[in-house]
Design a binder for this molecule. Structure first.
Ligand code: PMV
Length: 320
């Protein structure tokens, strides 16, 4: 049976950085994110007894770079004695450039694979499967505002609020399109081993999560802005102080950050966050999205502007 699923990337406002268990890909800290609406990935999965190896294509072209992670995800859902599978993905945004493409990819894949295998896993189980391949993918199983709690032995993911409960907007300024210089997983391990800031980063995460959770519950934009920017800059401080250092930003990244701060000083409700890449995500109230998009789009070196509201979690589509 063939199954088709769709999921959107999510943007962490309180970041996941660091692994408690590398083998099982368990995060060292909890995180809090928003799931986007207009950026998406679909995954179609068909298990076929006639296939000798898994096959994976991305936007119509065979893609071996991701194949081993795709196979691992299928094994987690259907066991390694499963039939091999033909997997085809479509994605409407640049991959591997710090735009959370692995989050939407593995959330959609876990769901499509579980349907195709006749397993019908529930959302918490899908989140565990997706998260075992890409930590952030666990959060894309859910929509709107999502919190991932990092237990000693497992993760727990839950929805804090539906997308329509507080319809924030995200303006993404794409400042470079090439793949990132080091994968986030390797960068996290390096940070844990070598950054003097890493223990402080871990120690303060509970406090940041609490502040962000309260800000979401009370729709307190200023409070969310303050804790999200602080948390993002702390994560990047761990990266910068890793040995060798990891700097994902370029000069356009910094120009965008300054533009966001200038907009905020002028009364616009907007803050930035940046992941393992040079792209700047400006989170704002919907009434400020056009102004934010125009200001970031005017910056020399911004290659593309993407705008999205908040959207639902991973779901099955007809036509698998
Ligand atoms: O899911 P991964 O392994 O690609 O790691 C994601 C890490 C960040 O995007 C930088 C932060 C986050 O919480 O999404």
């Amino acid at each position: 049976m063939r199954a088709l699923a769709k999921a959107q990337p999510n943007i962490a406002l309180i970041k996941y950085w660091g692994k408690r268990d590398i083998e099982r890909n368990l995060p060292a800290v909890g995180s809090l994110s928003i799931t986007l609406e207009s950026l998406w990935t679909t995954m179609s999965v068909e298990f076929l007894p006639t296939l000798e190896q898994d096959r994976f294509s991305l936007n119509g072209t065979p893609c071996d770079a991701l194949l081993s992670r795709v196979s691992r995800c299928l094994d987690r859902v259907a066991g390694d004695a499963r039939d091999r599978a033909a997997v085809a993905s479509e994605c409407n945004f640049p991959i591997a450039a710090g735009l959370a493409s692995s989050a939407s990819a593995f959330a959609a894949l876990a769901l499509a694979a579980s349907e195709a295998a006749g397993e019908r896993l529930d959302a918490p189980s899908l989140a565990r499967v997706a998260g075992s391949i890409s930590g952030s993918a666990a959060r894309s199983v859910f929509g709107g505002f999502v919190e991932l709690s990092a237990g000693a032995d497992d993760i727990e993911v839950r929805s804090l609020a539906a997308p329509e409960a507080w319809p924030l907007c995200v303006v993404v300024a794409v400042t470079a399109l090439e793949p990132k210089p080091i994968a986030s997983g390797d960068a996290m391990i390096r940070g844990a081993q070598s950054s003097p800031f890493y223990p402080r980063w871990i120690a303060q995460q509970t406090e940041d999560l609490k502040a962000a959770r309260a800000a979401v519950a009370s729709h307190d934009f200023a409070r969310l802005a303050a804790v999200a920017e602080h948390n993002c800059l702390k994560m990047h401080s761990v990266m910068w102080t890793s040995r060798p250092p990891i700097v994902y930003w370029n000069s356009v990244t910094l120009a965008c950050m300054q533009a966001v701060r200038a907009l905020r000083a002028n009364g616009h409700s907007v803050f930035f966050t940046i992941d393992a890449g040079p792209q700047v995500k400006a989170v704002c109230l919907p009434e400020h999205a056009d102004t934010v998009a125009a200001a970031l789009g005017d910056i020399d070196g911004v290659a593309q502007i993407l705008i999205s509201g908040l959207g639902p979690g991973a779901r099955l589509l007809d036509g698998g």
